[in-house]
Design a binder for this molecule. Structure first.
Ligand SMILES: Cc1cc2nc3c(=O)[nH]c(=O)nc-3n(C[C@H](O)[C@H](O)[C@H](O)COP(=O)(O)OP(=O)(O)OC[C@H]3O[C@@H](n4cnc5c(N)ncnc54)[C@H](O)[C@@H]3O)c2cc1C
Length: 385
């Protein structure tokens, strides 16, 4: 039986474990955190990500938790509505093969699918790697040594596998910080089944009210020193950057105060690597190609990458090197496209000036016009092909 050690029990790691186990591999997942990490905000599954979720058998479990589409109200800083985008616009634009779920629900669907089939060791990481043409020996922090056919680094944007095996210089830090978290209680200032979104120069705040256990908040802002913001912690940093806004924003930030541990709060980085594998070590997900949260495709690409890696390994049998080369050649154009779109997305989430905010408003107003929806949908379909 072929053996793989997977570093990281995030979306990419669990999806890879699921796919390889379905193909008859023995997989061991090591996760540095002491327990599951089910936090996060909304993730979109569309295009290749939706196809992969379907092939991996996740769609029934996810359909139960899918959030559906909602009305978005664009607001001014004082909370007064500026423009309403009905849910029908998103529906017309995205089409039927799409799903929005909490990252935590995706993590749970994956975890439930691998439970009992895959060994997951929490609080454990990799301490040494020794590979040759036929095998890879992996020393773990729990003192054991694993012998495997493949080592898969799915340890996220700050990947230690990447640094150890490919060097330190592949992460591009951008001058933005994001925070995203589920809300314990819906915020009263936001009508049910809708989101209020404020977009101003250099920042976005969105508060979504889809009822209890289904509401969330999202913040993105440009800043000179993201490291300093992270040191301040999410509550102080968000209050300083968004404290002047109305429309439910102070209440949403206030919900973090008792326990900020469930928040995704990080600098925005992309990962750009000339190759995703070396020998029998391969990177997958954010570790290899982080597109940023601005792309809205991190989880979808992680699922697609895991599923397609399984297909390539199946096709090439013992020829791991050909499998990895074919996998990377097939996936890379999609990643390059998403990274480029994400860089443009920064202008939407953190417009550089009032003029750019105004241009965004004009664009959003245009997409609410019935005749334009079909065009947008065809554009999105082309992007997802
Ligand atoms: C708690 C959390 C919340 C998130 N929230 C959002 C969100 O709201 N919106 C969004 O778009 N994206 C979010 N992300 C990122 C998103 O999950 C990824 O962009 C995408 O799903 C690709 O997943 P990934 O598995 O490559 O990375 P991740 O989901 O980041 O998973 C990487 C995993 O590797 C583990 N790990 C890291 N280093 C090591 C190590 N040295 N040894 C062992 N394990 C290690 C981490 O603890 C983590 O569990 C979040 C990530 C996390 C971990």
């Amino acid at each position: 039986m072929k053996r793989a050690v997977i570093v990281g029990a995030g979306i990419a790691g669990l999806a890879t474990a699921l796919r390889l186990t379905q193909d008859g591999w023995h997989t061991l997942v090591v996760e540095r955190a002491p327990a599951r990490r089910s936090g996060g905000y909304l993730v979109n599954l569309l295009g290749g990500g939706y196809d992969a979720a379907e092939r991996l058998g996740l769609v029934p479990a996810l359909s139960d938790r899918a959030l559906g589409l909602f009305t978005t109200v664009l607001v001014r800083a004082d909370g007064r509505p500026k423009l309403t985008v009905p849910s029908a616009v998103a529906e017309a634009a995205l089409g039927p093969r799409t799903m929005t779920v909490f990252r935590g629900d995706l993590e749970t669907a994956l975890y439930e699918a691998v439970r009992g089939h895959v060994e997951i060791r929490f609080g454990v990481t990799v301490s040494s790697v020794d590979q040759d043409a036929d095998r890879v020996g992996i020393g773990l922090s729990d003192g054991t040594i694993e012998d495997a056919d493949l080592l898969i680094g799915a340890d996220g944007v700050h990947s230690a596998t990447r640094t150890a095996m490919f060097g330190p210089d592949h992460r591009i830090d951008l001058p933005y910080v994001v925070a995203a978290f589920p809300l314990a209680h819906p915020v009263a200032a936001v009508r049910e089944s809708s989101a209020t979104t404020f977009i101003g120069p250099g920042r976005t705040a969105a508060v979504v009210n889809l009822g209890p256990q289904r509401s969330s908040a999202f913040f993105a802002y440009r800043c000179a020193d993201p490291g300093r913001e992270l040191e301040r912690g999410p509550v102080d940093a968000l209050r300083a950057a968004f404290g002047d806004l109305a429309a439910g924003v102070p209440e949403a930030i206030g919900q973090l105060e008792p326990d900020p541990s469930g928040v995704f709060f990080d600098r925005v980085s992309q990962v750009d690597m000339p190759r995703w594998s070396t020998g029998r070590t391969v990177l997958l997900g954010d570790a290899a190609w982080c597109v940023t949260l601005f792309a809205g495709h991190g989880a979808a690409l992680a699922l697609a990458g895991a599923d397609r890696l399984g297909t390539a390994l199946q096709r090439h049998g013992d020829d791991v090197s050909s499998a990895l080369a074919e996998w990377e050649t097939g996936l890379r154009p999609e990643v390059v496209k998403r990274q480029a779109l994400a860089r443009r997305g920064m202008y939407q989430y953190a417009p550089p000036s009032r003029f750019h905010v105004w241009m965004n408003d004009v664009t959003i107003r245009a997409i609410t016009l019935p005749g334009v929806r079909g065009l947008i949908r065809r554009g999105i379909e082309r992007q997802n092909r």
